[in-house]
Design a protein around this ligand. Structure first.
Ligand SMILES: [Mg+2]
Length: 394
């Protein structure tokens, strides 16, 4: 199956309310949606979220990479549609990602980019959606669900105690059993203790520092919060160096989770070799799509690293749907984030709502492709930049 046309939509969908962590406060979604059309007329959608402080990609550099590197490569391939059986299905996902170049052909075009993972994820998902729809299959036939529902976490953004308590009360009303708290190094003890008071002892709490701490302050913070039954502390330090992360993992009473330090497969192997964390936060856009995220999850399982499937703040129904399938299938996932949909976005782009319900629960998706229908008119409405790519005659 050849891909004959592609469109890229750089979106700007306003949030219902601002979302803050120690690095950024965000008020709108800036996803890039990839819309591919196959020669049989089938249309598929993918999504990547460029984050300069995660993979180094920006919306602008991502669009350039998609146009100049990914699109010429994709046009050359006659893609196979998925065959039956899980092994075949995983091989099929691997073949798709292997068709996508991971770098500019003549060396780095942008030294600050660690990996073009958001760009690759966007195209991998669009190809997966398109080829599955063309075959009348759901991604759930490639990745058969191990559980009927997925349980999502609530996230409390960086905020003062009053606001944090308000959010904790809202999650309690919604029956959320897993809560992640963004911490900044200021007033952490008071905030997290107040949140624990509101949610009670049965709710799982974990932290995310987004790199705001030093080795000493990360260890001290984990010590001062250790009596509050915290399950993990995500990326307290900046991405590098590895020895610093390992020092915190060795000394802190809360197990550390790698997020911004974990972009590539090489990162994962180095983190394991250095005993630098007990957890991986895998995110489909950050990790370069489904196949590369699955490889990381399997590596984690081999080495006894625990797994969270995270999300990008502001992702739309496309990444949420892909995340739902992966979270339902992955054998070793303990916490899941995402599927916030209209809880965060003023409007999502799918025809059917995708966000979770009471208890953070959401059902597996069964429709063809990724399992949701994108509304093209909303892509046009929310795109601040749209690019149409036509096939180059060979
Ligand atoms: Mg994080």
């Amino acid at each position: 199956m050849k891909i004959v046309a592609a469109q890229l939509f750089a979106l700007r969908i306003p949030f219902v309310e601002a979302f803050a962590h120690s690095v950024r406060s965000r008020t709108y979604s800036d996803s890039i949606v990839v819309r591919l059309e196959a020669e049989d007329g089938t249309v598929g959608y993918g999504e990547g979220v460029a984050r300069p402080y995660v993979t180094g990609e920006t919306v602008s550099s991502c669009l350039s990479f998609m146009q100049a590197v990914l699109w010429p490569a994709v046009q050359q391939i006659d893609y196979a549609r998925p065959a039956g059986g899980l092994t075949d299905g995983i091989n099929w996902l691997d073949e798709i990602v292997e068709s996508l170049p991971q770098a500019w052909p003549d060396g780095p075009k942008n030294d600050s980019v660690i990996a073009w993972n958001a760009a690759v994820a966007g195209w991998e998902l669009a190809l997966v959606d398109c080829l599955l729809k063309s075959a009348g299959k759901s991604l759930g036939e490639v990745l058969p669900p191990q559980r009927p529902t997925v349980t999502y976490s609530g996230v409390i953004t960086a905020s003062d105690v009053t606001q944090a308590v308000k959010m904790a009360k809202r999650f309690k009303q919604l029956g959320i059993s897993h809560v992640k708290v963004k911490v900044t190094g200021e007033g952490d003890r008071e905030r997290v203790a107040a949140i624990r008071d509101v949610v009670g002892p049965a709710v799982s709490l974990r932290l995310d520092g987004n790199g705001a701490y030093t080795v000493d302050s990360a260890i001290a913070t984990c010590q001062v919060l250790s009596d509050l039954a915290i399950d993990s502390a995500e990326q307290m330090l900046p991405r590098d160096p590895l020895a610093a992360l390992a020092a915190v993992q060795a000394a802190a009473p809360i197990s550390q989770m790698a997020d911004e330090s974990l972009i590539t497969f090489a990162d994962a192997k180095a983190l394991i070799a250095a005993n630098a964390c007990g957890w991986f936060n895998l995110r489909i856009s950050k990790c370069g799509g489904l196949a590369q995220t699955i490889r990381l999850a399997r590596l984690a399982q081999t080495y006894g690293i625990r797994v969270q499937l995270g999300c990008q703040v502001g992702e739309t129904a496309i990444l949420s749907a892909a995340g739902r399938h992966l979270a339902a299938w992955l054998p070793n996932v303990e916490f899941v984030e995402g599927s916030y949909g209209k809880l965060l976005l003023s409007q999502d782009i799918s025809r059917q709502p995708i966000h979770f319900g009471y208890g953070g629960k959401a059902p597996v998706l069964t429709r063809p492709g990724l399992g949701m229908a994108v509304q093209d008119d909303l892509l046009a409405t929310y795109a601040h930049k749209a690019v149409s790519l036509e096939a180059i005659a060979c």
